[in-house]
Design a binder for this molecule. Structure first.
Ligand code: HEC
Ligand code: HEC
Ligand code: HEC
Ligand code: HEC
Ligand code: HEC
Ligand code: HEC
Ligand code: HEC
Ligand code: HEC
Ligand code: HEC
Length: 322
């Protein structure tokens, strides 16, 4: 097989001993492989290659054969300010696309450790395509060199979130925070918080309530509204008019219940709410996974004129009026 390829190349006049002194990378640039050195290098009187003199300056040197990589609506500054050979080897490389280094390493030679040293990396950042899974290295038609606007970029891979949003379009709730983009709550490059969240959010089902543990939500909502046992309607609609009880407090903060201090076991928002979208009102989720055996607590919520009823949940049907 090897011999046949050599024979074919010889027959095409493409094979010579001139480039055999170079260590062969797994990927060879066609004009180099075919010994067309003088497509790029100037030749000396004897026809030998002058290693540091070229037929043109970059990028014109490369655009003699390649279509322009410029002209994108959003051009990569790292592309504009560099030579092609800052990222590509003109001869050969062990990396796909003749890159000078594996993608992540190449990009982070200028960028500051993007996606590194994080406790919870975002999987695609560590994949073989790494950064170019989401960014065009030369330029793009969308901001931040993305292949699309941010939400469709994320939803292309996250089908389950997309399905929830589609199911919620008629009659359900899509969290208004989504309109501001997934990156409002998640870091696309990974994070020290679980689920690549930019800010804190409890991982466990039960926890002692502290405003600082819910910064993902309290970035936009008022954490103090949960702290008072009694609540005004302006603080929350999830309250009971008759007793004035703040039902967020009752569930999330708890405090003393029948003489026992239950504040260690405050329930997290995820018991009742989805962060993205649901088919019910007020972002109430359809079910809450309980335990590790795949058991789900069904949650059926009904919105009333001035309150709501949990017709099926952790307890028997109960209503509130705000
Ligand atoms: C596609 C254009 C292109 C082709 C074809 C090409 N070179 Fe080069 N070569 C370059 C560029 C650009 C540099 C400078 C690289 C840099 O500065 O990083 C270079 C650098 C060199 C150097 C000095 C650095 C080194 O890698 O040792 C030598 C020697 C060299 N080329 C020899 C050759 C030979 C021999 C051929 C043909 C077998 C060849 N080149 C084909 C573009 C090319
Ligand atoms: C003499 C013509 C010629 C010149 C000049 C040339 N190339 Fe190429 N290049 C080719 C051909 C032919 C291929 C292989 C066909 C293809 O993949 O499109 C190729 C392939 C490539 C690839 C790999 C593409 C892939 O999909 O893996 C890269 C990267 C590349 N060239 C970069 C450069 C850079 C950078 C320069 C300037 C330093 C340059 N080329 C100059 C002809 C040229
Ligand atoms: C030669 C240095 C250099 C390399 C290598 C480099 N970049 Fe850049 N990049 C820059 C500079 C300079 C900017 C503009 C300043 C900034 O935003 O940091 C930039 C900006 C960006 C931006 C922000 C664009 C915007 O609209 O805000 C993204 C995304 C990006 N680069 C991704 C990459 C990726 C992916 C790679 C690897 C394929 C890469 N960069 C490799 C220098 C580089
Ligand atoms: C900041 C680093 C960087 C610079 C500068 C850069 N490239 Fe690239 N280029 C890449 C990366 C990374 C890929 C691989 C993209 C992928 O896998 O989707 C690539 C892919 C390519 C390809 C193959 C795929 C395609 O888009 O056609 C060619 C050809 C190419 N580059 C040529 C060039 C030329 C010519 C220049 C200079 C005008 C240049 N590149 C400058 C990083 C760079
Ligand atoms: C899963 C998709 C994805 C991957 C993979 C990815 N990025 Fe990003 N990147 C994004 C998004 C989305 C933004 C815009 C974030 C924003 O606007 O807040 C961004 C923004 C950036 C910026 C602009 C500065 C900033 O933080 O807003 C740079 C630079 C950057 N990325 C570099 C990289 C590098 C380097 C890699 C590889 C180590 C990489 N990205 C991998 C999606 C990704
Ligand atoms: C190229 C596909 C791809 C793109 C684009 C992408 N992701 Fe991911 N994402 C993944 C994969 C794969 C995982 C790991 C899945 C797993 O471990 O179950 C992941 C994990 C996550 C997780 C953590 C899930 C968990 O259960 O821990 C979050 C959150 C996330 N992605 C959000 C985003 C956001 C926000 C964007 C857009 C900025 C985005 N993703 C873009 C592929 C992608
Ligand atoms: C308001 C903040 C917020 C926004 C905006 C947001 N997320 Fe999330 N996301 C979360 C929280 C909180 C969790 C963790 C939920 C839990 O652990 O119960 C999460 C979890 C995830 C997960 C893990 C699996 C799952 O369904 O729980 C993925 C994937 C994800 N988000 C993708 C996205 C995508 C894609 C977008 C944009 C369309 C987005 N998120 C927008 C807060 C947000
Ligand atoms: C980027 C800002 C932002 C973040 C972060 C955010 N929200 Fe929201 N959220 C909104 C806006 C805007 C509304 C609509 C106005 C309102 O009801 O306060 C809303 C409404 C809601 C609603 C009521 C929906 C309805 O139909 O009545 C719930 C429940 C909710 N958010 C829960 C959460 C939870 C849980 C978190 C944290 C995981 C969170 N939010 C984080 C902006 C945000
Ligand atoms: C026991 C279930 C339950 C828990 C746990 C819960 N919520 Fe709610 N929440 C509700 C219900 C029901 C409503 C709808 C009130 C109405 O409009 O009738 C609501 C409404 C909201 C609203 C809309 C404004 C308001 O207060 O009326 C926000 C914002 C909100 N919740 C955020 C959160 C956050 C953040 C957490 C966690 C810290 C949380 N919720 C925990 C059931 C719950």
């Amino acid at each position: 097989m090897q011999a046949r390829i050599s024979f074919l190349l010889m027959a095409l006049g493409l094979f010579s001993v001139a480039n055999q002194g170079f260590a062969a990378g797994a990927f060879q640039h066609f004009p180099y492989l075919s010994n067309e050195c003088t497509q790029c290098h100037k030749a000396d009187a004897t026809g030998g290659v002058i290693s540091d003199q070229f037929t043109a300056e970059q990028p014109a040197l490369c655009y003699a054969c390649h279509d322009s990589m410029g002209g994108h609506k959003y051009q990569h500054e790292g592309f504009e300010s560099s030579k092609c050979t800052d990222c590509h080897n003109p001869h050969e490389s062990d990396q796909l696309h003749l890159l000078n280094a594996p993608v992540k390493q190449l990009c982070n030679s200028c960028h500051d450790k993007v996606g590194e040293d994080v406790k919870f990396p975002h999987k695609p950042v560590d994949s073989a395509r790494a950064c170019v899974t989401c960014h065009g290295p030369h330029g793009s038609e969308f901001p931040k060199l993305l292949p699309n606007e941010i939400n469709p970029t994320c939803l292309k891979c996250h089908a389950s979130v997309k399905a929830k949003m589609e199911a919620a379009v008629t009659g359900g709730t899509i969290h208004p925070a989504i309109a501001q983009g997934c990156q409002g709550c998640h870091s696309p490059h990974g994070s020290n918080n679980p689920k690549t969240l930019k800010r804190s959010f409890p991982e466990t089902r039960y926890t002692r309530f502290e405003v600082g543990q819910y910064q993902t939500c309290f970035e936009c909502h008022k954490g103090d509204n949960f702290l008072n046992k009694q609540a005004a309607k302006t603080e929350s609609r999830f309250k009971d008019q008759k007793s004035g009880k703040n039902l967020h407090f009752i569930h999330v903060v708890r405090g003393m219940e029948n003489g026992v201090d239950m504040s260690k076991s405050g329930r997290t928002c995820s018991f009742c709410h989805e962060p993205h979208a649901t088919t019910q009102q007020h972002l109430i989720r359809n079910a809450f996974p309980y335990g590790n055996a795949g058991f789900n607590i069904r949650i059926e919520y009904q919105k009333n004129a001035d309150g709501g009823t949990c017709t099926h949940s952790c307890h028997e049907a109960r209503s509130y009026k705000f």
